[in-house]
Unconditional design. Structure first.
Length: 310
């Protein structure tokens, strides 16, 4: 019998972990498949770990990895994929925003068709307002820049076969952007759709700041186009400067020198100075990413796992 690993990154999710376990377990009761729950406690400050321990005691299908501090959801997903033992794995949020009713369908698609992965897309973004709109724009922009095929409304709700899990694990980069990684490894994705579900309990762990950071990380992790933009602007301004020099020289030769033009001069200095700093900033952004990659630090540090005391 095949085995399915359910990977759940949890950061301060004490209110929802138990419900998640029950709802998902019930949904898959009738399926002819062995289950493994793999919860990743991402340095939670609340009782999440305690609840996970209790669940593990009650049901040996439940495993957990507890991080030494908060490493972020991407690190949690990586740890889950690395440690899971299933023939298939599905990544899900703990807050039940990823509709468990789709699980049986996903399993059947992987079992009965050629697809190596099934992912879910959110079709309406009601109840999200500005955030939804910004996210849509971001995905458009991101795909243009990187040539990847990430879908607007794509959630990190995805089931995949062992083949794809192994492919993802080959990408051991430190700056992880899952949506980009899933698209980069290839394997045609079967898309399912679900309505937007409000978080059942607790609060979203994303602040606006962290979302902006995440977006920038997505771009720099999968695209070098901004660097090309820097060179392009450089060339453009060289050409403009060259033309201006010729114009100024000719003008001075024909009409003599005048002292006027101070405001223009100041404007040019500011503009070009600003542009130089902007381009330096882009280079710095990539350099900092390289710095972190070169250090080759581990993606996460586990302080405790369910296998520790066995
Ligand atoms: N999460 C995590 N580490 C973090 C932030 C979030 O493991 O630093 C988990 C969180 O517990 C949840 C999932 O990632 O299971 C999605 O988080 P959330 O629901 O806050 O995000 P949203 O649904 O608003 O995108
Ligand atoms: Mg959520």
């Amino acid at each position: 019998m095949k085995k399915l690993s359910i990977i759940v990154p949890c950061f301060n999710e004490e209110e929802v972990v138990n419900t998640f376990y029950e709802v998902v377990g019930k949904e898959l009761e009738k399926e002819n498949i062995t289950l493994e729950f793999l919860f990743i406690d991402d340095g939670s400050k609340d009782k999440t770990l305690k609840i996970l321990k209790e669940l593990h005691k009650k049901d040996e299908k439940v495993r957990y990895i507890s991080f030494a501090r908060n490493f972020g959801k991407e690190a949690g997903v990586y740890a889950g994929l690395k440690e899971c033992t299933g023939d298939y794995a599905v990544v899900m949020d703990a807050d039940l925003q990823h509709d468990p009713k789709l699980l049986p369908k996903m399993i059947h698609i992987l079992k009965d068709s050629e697809y190596e992965t099934v992912a879910v897309r959110r079709v309406n973004r009601k109840g999200e307002g500005l955030r939804g709109f910004l996210s849509k724009m971001f995905f458009k922009f991101m795909n243009k820049l990187s040539g990847l095929d990430t879908k607007s409304g794509e959630m990190d709700y995805r089931m995949m076969s062992r083949k794809m899990i192994d492919a993802i694990l080959l990408m051991s980069e430190y700056n992880r952007f899952s949506k980009g990684i899933f698209s980069w490894v290839g394997f045609e994705t079967k898309w399912l759709e679900q309505e937007n579900i409000e978080r059942s309990l607790g609060t979203s762990k994303w602040s606006f700041k962290s979302l902006v950071k995440y977006s920038l990380q997505g771009i720099t992790a999968f695209s070098t186009t901004p660097l090309v933009l820097a060179s392009f602007l450089g060339i453009l301004f060289c050409i403009i400067a060259f033309i201006m020099i010729i114009v100024v020289v000719i003008k001075t030769l024909c009409f003599g020198e005048d002292v006027a033009g101070f405001p223009t001069l100041i404007c040019c200095i500011f503009l070009i100075g600003g542009l130089q700093l902007f381009c330096l900033g882009i280079i710095g952004e990539y350099l900092s990413k390289m710095y972190l990659e070169v250090k080759n630090r581990p993606i996460y540090i586990a302080k405790e796992t369910s296998e520790d005391n066995e």
